[in-house]
Design a protein around this ligand. Structure first.
Ligand SMILES: NC(=O)c1ccc[n+]([C@@H]2O[C@H](COP(=O)([O-])OP(=O)(O)OC[C@H]3O[C@@H](n4cnc5c(N)ncnc54)[C@H](O)[C@@H]3O)[C@@H](O)[C@H]2O)c1
Length: 339
């Protein structure tokens, strides 16, 4: 199969591309190497992918419509997976424009390019953040998600809406996945696991928001990739509608379009997360408790039922195993990549 993946120099795109290349597929990767975090980490990920002859990198921005259209047009992919985005909840308070550019304009360019290329399945990365002020748990894909708390969430929800419209008008089979706090080797330096590990090893205090009361449905990267790979084979159609008395399927009545959570439904308290990390590192540091930040949600909690009904799979790696895999990688690259 031929895959076109945006965001291959990023954390999730790198892992997905590597898994597909290892399985013998062809992958065209598209990434603008944005300076949101250390570009050397992005370059190192792409260098690892370039070890495969069947990997074809394109370095350009999503906002460059012509470049994107040409790259997709010449690759002629069977499947497109759109992961490139301005990620991060907190940075969207500082620089909302970056989200409008990458996630709205960039995603629109991607949707138009995918339409022209007539791909057989388009998969798009959204986020648990779209549940915003939703307070019913677990978060079900059928819950209203109309009260975003950040521009990050608002741009992702807008992407979902634009994709539904394109899917309806042009019959583009589209799966949107909502990810829940993904972690693991090659992870992002702006996320808690990376920041806490660095601080603990360098004997700095760690800052814990929400007075340590927040919880997150952490998803280990290999579990996430497994979910994406399985969903890529399930092209939304009436034939695979899930008939469940609870009405869990989001398959649109007017378009080949579906939204699916990829999360294990096992939220963990932030302090438990820190305790496991300290155990794995064999080291503790002091904690500075801070209030919740603007735009933060107290908890995320995925309902994994739809994912399970479609794929027979749900994430299940325990926190200790996942954190240990991250720490092993971190220790290996620390000297080169961690300033
Ligand atoms: N990591 C998580 O916990 C998480 C949770 C929910 C959703 N997501 C979503 O998953 C996707 C992948 O996230 P990630 O953690 O790998 O992030 P990442 O920042 O590591 O990867 C994103 C990649 O996209 C590229 N990019 C950003 N804007 C671009 C643009 N305008 N043009 C071209 N390239 C651009 C960046 O250079 C980067 O390599 C994103 O859409 C993100 O919103 C991630």
């Amino acid at each position: 199969m031929k895959y076109f993946i945006t965001g291959t120099a990023g954390f999730i795109g790198f892992h997905l591309a590597r898994r597909l290349l290892e399985a013998g597929h062809q992958v065209s990767g598209y990434d603008g190497m944005t300076p949101y975090y250390d570009v050397r980490l992005k370059e190192a990920r792409h260098a690892a992918l370039k070890q495969f002859e069947t990997f074809e990198p394109h370095i350009a921005m999503l906002e460059d419509r012509q470049h994107l259209e040409d790259a997709i047009g010449t690759s002629r992919p069977d499947v497109i997976v759109h992961l490139a985005a301005q990620a991060g909840v907190r940075y969207s308070l500082e620089n909302p424009d970056a989200y409008i550019q990458s996630n709205l304009i960039g995603s629109w360019n991607l949707l138009e390019s995918a339409r022209k290329a007539e791909c057989k399945h388009l998969l798009l990365a959204s986020t648990s953040s779209v549940y915003g002020a939703n307070d019913s748990i677990p978060f079900r894909e059928t819950d209203r998600a109309d009260e975003p708390l950040t521009i990050y969430a608002a741009t992702k929800k807008s992407m979902e809406a634009m994709a539904h419209c394109q899917s309806h008008l042009h019959k583009i089979p589209t799966t949107v996945f909502r990810f829940f706090t993904v972690y693991g080797p090659w992870g992002r330096p702006d996320m808690a696991l990376f920041k806490f590990t660095k601080a603990i090893l360098e004997n700095h205090e760690i800052e814990i928001y929400g007075e340590g009361q927040m919880s997150r449905d952490f998803t280990f990267i290999d579990d996430l990739v497994e979910g994406i790979v399985r969903l890529s084979a399930i092209v939304p159609a009436e034939a695979n509608r899930v008939h469940d008395p609870a009405g869990i399927d989001t398959l649109s009545k007017v378009a080949p379009y579906r939204v699916v959570n990829i999360g294990g439904g096992q939220p963990q308290g932030l302090m438990d997360f820190v305790t496991v990390l300290e155990e794995v590192l064999g080291k503790k540091t002091s904690h500075k408790m801070l209030p919740m930040q603007k735009g933060d949600v107290p908890r995320t909690f995925a309902a994994p039922d739809l994912l399970y009904a479609l794929t027979g799979y749900q994430p299940d790696t325990d926190l200790k195993t996942g954190i240990a895999a991250f720490v092993e990688w971190y220790r290996q690259v620390q000297a080169e990549l961690v300033r």
